[in-house]
Design a protein around this ligand. Structure first.
Ligand code: KMH
Ligand code: ZN
Length: 286
């Protein structure tokens, strides 16, 4: 397969499934969820298992020595290096961080030199908190991804975020890598609900050539995954988004959630993309 061939990339998007693992997040607590990878060694082990299970992208939040979320650039830089040494996964750093992180710290994440980053397109109520993403910050962050050649994934928690995505592309142009790839984050208390009808509406409102994955938070994980496959989307799974494998049964590991997503992708006759295919698809390093 030739990287950079638009025909190949388009076919790959329809014939294969991009699986992202969101392994850690900023919210879950290691004491309550022992399977959560919070040290670098745990993250690397998780990444290797998830690649073997069918993931091609890892969405990364890191923790400090006490297991608390951090955006320390030196630690992020070491994390990117370790994941590159031990896996082929596309390394996507979170610029969302935790709801308490400053805009300056979130912007500085890009200095750690990832392949890709998340970029949330609007403010959203987040349980009892607010995940703040005002327009000037979104614009500044997006402009910096373009300067540095970091491929953004547009995180959309609500239909209004899609309007902001259109505005961003209209004002600043196409992203690094050329592909507009989005993630519908559904079922956050305060964001759009995680159901099939909402997913179809959201996917229809995206820019014409955009590709997208979807993730359902908590108990919306399964309905969103099934709806995303039926609607031609890609998948994000992992302990950042759901701590359960089934009702009343905690997930044993991120890889277990990836395995199930990969089985579903096989069943749908759109098998998981390899990491190399994902790089070509997303326009990373091409
Ligand atoms: N932790 C949430 C407040 C992202 O990674 O870009 C934001 C979040 C989104 O997880
Ligand atoms: Zn995240």
């Amino acid at each position: 397969m030739e990287a950079g061939d638009p025909g190949v990339k388009a076919r790959m998007g329809k014939d294969a499934t991009l699986i992202t693992v969101a392994s850690t997040g900023a919210e879950a607590d290691k004491a309550a969820t022992p399977a959560l990878p919070v040290t670098l060694d745990e993250l690397v082990a998780t990444a290797k298992e998830c690649q073997a299970a069918g993931a091609a992208v890892i969405h990364v939040h890191i923790r400090d020595g006490r297991g608390r979320p951090t955006l320390e650039v030196a630690r992020l830089t070491d994390t990117v290096a370790a994941l590159r040494e031990t896996t082929d996964l596309v390394v996507q750093l979170s610029t969302g961080g935790a709801v308490t992180d400053s805009f300056g710290d979130r912007l500085a994440v890009l200095e750690a030199g990832p392949d890709a980053c998340s970029l949330t397109c609007g403010t959203v109520n987040f349980g009892d908190e607010v995940f703040a993403n005002p327009w000037p910050f979104i614009r500044q962050l997006y402009a910096r991804t373009r300067e540095l050649g970091v491929v953004p994934e547009f995180e959309l928690f609500d239909l209004g975020h899609i309007a902001t995505l259109h505005r961003l592309l209209d004002e600043l142009g196409a992203p690094a890598g050329g592909r507009v790839h989005c993630d519908l984050v559904m079922g956050v208390p305060g964001g759009m609900p995680g159901d099939a009808a909402t997913l179809v509406q959201a996917a229809a409102a995206l820019p014409a050539d955009a590709t997208w994955s979807a993730t359902g938070i908590g108990r919306t994980s399964l309905p969103v995954m099934l709806a995303a496959m039926a609607a031609g989307g890609h998948l994000r799974v992992g302990l950042e988004d759901t701590l359960s494998y089934a009702r009343g049964r905690p997930a044993r590991a991120n890889a277990e959630l990836v395995e199930r997503a990969a089985q579903l992708a096989q069943l749908a006759q759109r098998p998981p993309m390899t990491a190399a295919e994902a790089r070509s698809f997303l326009g990373i390093g091409g």
